[in-house]
Design a protein around this ligand. Structure first.
Ligand code: GCB
Length: 616
């Protein structure tokens, strides 16, 4: 059943509950395979730092959320969309042409006109679909509120069936508020730039009355037999007791199942012995999969592989694998220093992942939030295993607040639903560097239980960095969360933060109380590209290269380390990085600069990943 679009107006101050998502509709899954209208391009844009547009106590004509025109001799209207500056959607507002918006964090309004889709067949439905907007979005259609969405990195949709005027322009107004706040996810203090705005594409998606809202397929093995299990969920009238067909033509598989009263159908498909070519980084085979009902038909390209842990090994398709990875933020490689920004077209996404391939990677950690769907689709195509993460980040989260938990759960379930058919994704990570409190443990255990229920086919991890018993020279993996994870992951900066130097790394010992695989999910040092000097001198490329040599040698000596995702592929913008001489608000831990130039440490990691004796 779908939520009815709501037309609630917001009062000031909003209660905590009202701030959370409401009015959103079930997401039509696999957006890219659907009939859709692109709403990218030039929108009108108004900056509203005093949040006038969210207040109701003023006359409506001062509030830029619909299309009041100044009448001759009538009441004053103090906004005018047609003369408002233009902005490009998708894209953050910080790095577009207006330099005065670089540090802006707050509310801004977007407006564009949309035409109703021409010639809808009877019963067809229309959804307004946002791939992402950072951070809180207030959506108005022809002056009526559709709803609110909270969270900067996951998709959301509103059903607008019957709400678009067939003739003339419809006014779509979107208020996006990028303010950082305790209680948000992430909270108010993160080590990446808070790019605001409609950062990913917006679409009108057209579906039949009853449509394939979601499906997921996964490969498993029972008693030596391969089984593809699938579930399909229909939405809309006549979704119960409907026939659903799944076909994988290349494997000559076809099965029909009828949906239950909830519109769900579960399938088992049995590939002929030896027929299925497994997806792997070396051979990222994807199969055309067709799902059809009487009214809908959708096609996807899906890879099949198994992933598991056995003792301290990670097992891909039955074989132990070492994850040769790199961490990546969603920020494109710029042409100039003032470029970059949170807007990835297909080429930008391909460029980031191609750089990872060039390093010799088979794995990427997409940090610290769900990246654009382009990234996971391309990872499927290029053969890169993926760690996917939600922004439950460090201590700046109220782990006792039920609203925050609800928000994090929603983010995670939207992220899993979106990428559940990507063979590349092997790990869902619930958090990064969180405190050792019981409230945090309970919070993360809920997320872990959710992820396992929603997707039993993948591994669960979290990036840890604390221990009740460790010290500078002894890393102890005994965080109680470890008990609940399939794969342990640890961020280490010995030789950068603190007093120790890379020379001390060989004397550092590692100990774990768990018999589980461990990833070094982060390690790195800041080096400004082109800054050269003695290896003992911080901020130089030499220091960073030396740190990598020492850390990689240490990792090779620890047999239960089963993968690495050093920090990080590319220098990225961060409000925490104040040193004007080296940083200038860039975190300089990239192996390549913000414009893609390689530093010395790039070569060190590349040699480690491509030397056949190494890694284990
Ligand atoms: C960390 C964080 C990451 C930071 C990095 C750094 O431990 O997980 O988000 O960017 O360290 O550079 O300090």
């Amino acid at each position: 059943a779908q939520d009815a679009p709501s037309s609630i107006f917001m009062s000031i101050p909003p209660t905590n509950d009202e701030l959370k998502t409401h009015g959103t509709a079930p997401l039509p899954h696999n957006l890219y395979a659907r009939e859709r209208i692109d709403l990218s391009g030039s929108w009108r844009f108004l900056v509203d730092p005093v949040e006038r547009g969210l207040r109701n106590q003023y006359p409506r004509y001062t509030i830029p959320r619909d299309e009041k025109q100044q009448p001759l001799g009538g009441l004053l209207v103090e906004y005018d969309w047609d003369s408002a500056p233009a902005i490009t959607v998708p894209g953050d507002w910080n790095t577009q042409s207006n330099p005065r918006l670089f540090w802006y964090e707050g509310l801004a309004w977007y407006r564009r006109h949309i035409a109703a889709p021409a010639q809808l067949a009877p019963g067809q439905r229309v959804f307004l679909y946002f791939e992402a907007a950072n951070y809180r979005s207030h959506i108005y259609l022809n002056g009526e509120k559709l709803g609110v969405h909270e969270g900067g990195f996951t998709p959301f949709a509103f059903e607008v069936t019957g709400r678009l005027k067939a003739i003339g322009a419809n006014s779509l107004v979107v208020g996006v508020d990028s303010k950082r706040q305790f209680g948000n996810v992430p909270g108010s203090d993160a080590d990446w730039f808070n790019y605001g705005g409609i950062t990913r594409p917006v679409w009108l998606v057209i579906t039949p009355g009853s449509f394939i809202q979601h499906y997921s397929l996964a490969l498993s093995e029972h008693a030596g037999r391969e089984i593809i299990t699938a579930t399909v969920r229909l939405d809309g009238a006549h979704s119960a007791d409907a026939a659903v067909t799944i076909r994988i033509p290349e494997l000559k598989l076809e099965t029909i199942v009828r949906t239950d009263a909830q519109g769900c159908a579960t399938f088992k498909l049995f590939p002929a012995p030896g027929a299925l070519a497994r997806w792997s980084p070396e051979s990222p085979k994807l199969y055309a999969v067709i799902i059809a009902t009487d009214t809908d038909r959708i096609e996807d390209r899906i890879g099949f592989r198994t992933i598991a842990v056995r003792g301290d090994d990670i097992i891909l398709n039955g074989r132990s694998i070492f994850l040769r990875g790199i961490s990546i933020h969603e920020e494109r490689i710029g042409i100039r220093e003032d470029d970059g920004g949170r807007k990835l077209d297909w080429n930008d996404a391909r460029r980031l992942l191609t750089e990872a391939k060039a390093l010799g990677c088979n794995f990427v950690r997409l940090a610290h939030y769900p990246h654009s769907e382009k990234m996971t689709r391309l990872a499927d195509e290029l053969g890169l295993l993926v760690w996917s993460e939600i922004p439950v980040y460090q201590e700046d989260i109220p782990y006792t607040d039920p609203h925050t938990l609800k928000l994090a759960r929603r983010m995670q379930s939207d992220n899993i639903a979106r990428d559940q058919n990507r063979a590349s994704v092997i790990i869902w990570s619930v958090a990064n560097e969180t405190p050792l409190t019981s409230a945090r443990l309970a919070f993360l255990r809920t997320l872990i239980a959710d992820a396992r229920a929603q997707d039993p086919s993948r591994l669960i991890s979290a990036a840890l960095n604390r221990s009740p018993n460790g010290s500078d020279r002894e890393i102890v993996i005994d965080d109680p969360l470890g008990e609940h994870l399939d794969v342990l992951a640890y961020n280490t900066y010995i030789g950068w933060y603190g007093a120790l130097s890379p020379a001390d790394i060989p004397s550092v010992t590692w100990r774990t109380i768990y018999h589980k695989p461990l990833l070094l999910s982060e390690f790195g040092t800041d080096a400004k590209c082109g800054t050269r000097g003695q290896k003992e001198s911080r901020w130089t490329e030499e220091y960073q290269a030396w740190f990598y040599e020492q850390t990689l040698a240490g990792a090779s000596r620890t047999p239960w380390i089963k993968g690495l995702s050093p920090w990080i592929l590319k220098d990225f913008r961060s409000p925490r990085r104040f040193r004007a001489d080296y940083q200038n608000y860039w975190n300089r831990k990239g192996l390549i600069s913000e414009t893609g130039e390689r530093k010395q440490a790039w070569q060190v990691l590349h040699d480690f990943y491509t030397n056949n004796d190494n890694p284990p």
